[in-house]
Design a protein around this ligand. Structure first.
Ligand code: X2X
Length: 338
């Protein structure tokens, strides 16, 4: 009958409406967020971001998808713009380096103070201590929500000219440094000729010999095969450690419910701890691999170390007031108590 046909038609309409509603609900639920990194998943740094994405996908049952964009591609290769891009919302999230964010968050220069961090335990004491809290507050006060720490690692200097075991060996060497002014001061204090450039520009500059040297953690030296662009001399001087920070844009954070915030935070902590442990465990194998490829590795004696410390004392004098005396004192106390 026409009445039953009408009923069937109404039922079909209602079914279509339900289907449309559930489709759009799931479209809203499967929310994709961008995560910026400088290094890809060939490096521990990129792997940290991928691990985070994996854990978030799993624990939110697909509600949140983190899409990792490596090689600073979201900031056209300029890693020193990553923090600003995240603050403004151009980037939703990042696993970023303290060096690259330090132009916008001066407190982060703490980690770049030459020869301030004696060992890994000191780094952990600072990131996990009072100083770490103050640093997270400094980041938060600039419109970005920090969640957890990772690690790029202790940075070692390499060059194509000869072994470096005392400040005089750096005299006149053109050294590529990251785009943070403190590095300019450190390498100037050592008598070198520092030149700031992004990681994207660093590799061709090393290849063509436009620069003589660079500084990066062993994992970066190893994975990027820095020795194959003529960097045959490597000095293990542990002059600074570069932690990584997992963070989220404030408005994105505010738009999430309690449960998803908690998941984002706990998975960032897990991914960070996993990556820090892996980076440290792999150091000795990496060093062996680098030496096997013919790189001459120099370690410093106590006395040689002291010469570098005193040559860079002026960097502390200039930068501690900019970092904040109180923060530096808190970090010293954290290190002392480690
Ligand atoms: O540019 C570098 O040297 C790197 C990859 O280590 C950082 O992003 C700080």
């Amino acid at each position: 009958t026409s009445a039953s046909r009408l009923t069937r038609f109404a039922a079909a309409l209602a079914g279509a409406a339900v289907l449309t509603a559930s489709l759009s609900a799931s479209a809203v639920q499967a929310r994709e967020l961008s995560v910026s990194t400088v290094l890809s998943d060939a490096f521990p740094w990129g792997q940290a971001a991928e691990k985070w994405a994996e854990l978030v996908e799993e624990r939110t049952e697909g509600r949140l998808t983190l899409r990792v964009y490596p090689n600073s591609q979201l900031v056209a290769g300029d890693q020193t713009r990553e923090f600003s891009a995240m603050r403004s919302g151009l980037i939703d999230m990042a696993v970023g380096s303290t060096i690259n964010w330090s132009p916008q968050v001066p407190e982060l220069n703490l980690f770049s103070l030459p020869f301030f961090m004696p060992d890994e335990a000191a780094v952990d004491a600072v990131t996990g201590g009072e100083a770490g809290k103050m640093i997270f507050e400094a980041i938060e006060s600039r419109g970005v929500v920090p969640l957890a720490w990772g690690e790029n690692g202790f940075r070692q200097v390499s060059n194509s000219r000869g072994p470096i075991s005392e400040p005089g060996d750096l005299e006149g060497l053109k050294i590529r440094v990251v785009g943070s002014p403190l590095f300019q001061d450190t390498f100037n204090a050592l008598g070198a000729d520092p030149t700031q450039m992004s990681w994207t520009d660093a590799q061709p500059a090393l290849t063509t010999g436009a620069v003589d040297g660079q500084e990066n953690p062993l994992s970066v030296f190893d994975v990027a095969r820095i020795d194959q662009v003529g960097q045959e001399h490597l000095t293990l001087w542990n002059y600074m450690n570069d932690p990584l920070i997992f963070a989220v844009n404030q408005r994105i954070w505010d738009s999430l419910d309690e449960e998803d915030r908690e998941i984002l935070r706990e998975t960032a902590v897990e991914a960070g701890e996993w990556e820090i442990a892996m980076t440290r465990e792999e150091e000795s194998e990496r060093l062996a691999a680098i030496q096997e490829r013919g790189v001459e590795v120099t370690e410093l004696t106590e006395e040689q170390h002291r010469a570098f410390v005193s040559a860079t004392a002026s960097v502390h004098d200039k930068w501690i007031p900019r970092i904040g005396q109180e923060l530096v004192e808190a970090a010293r106390a954290d290190i002392e108590a480690r």
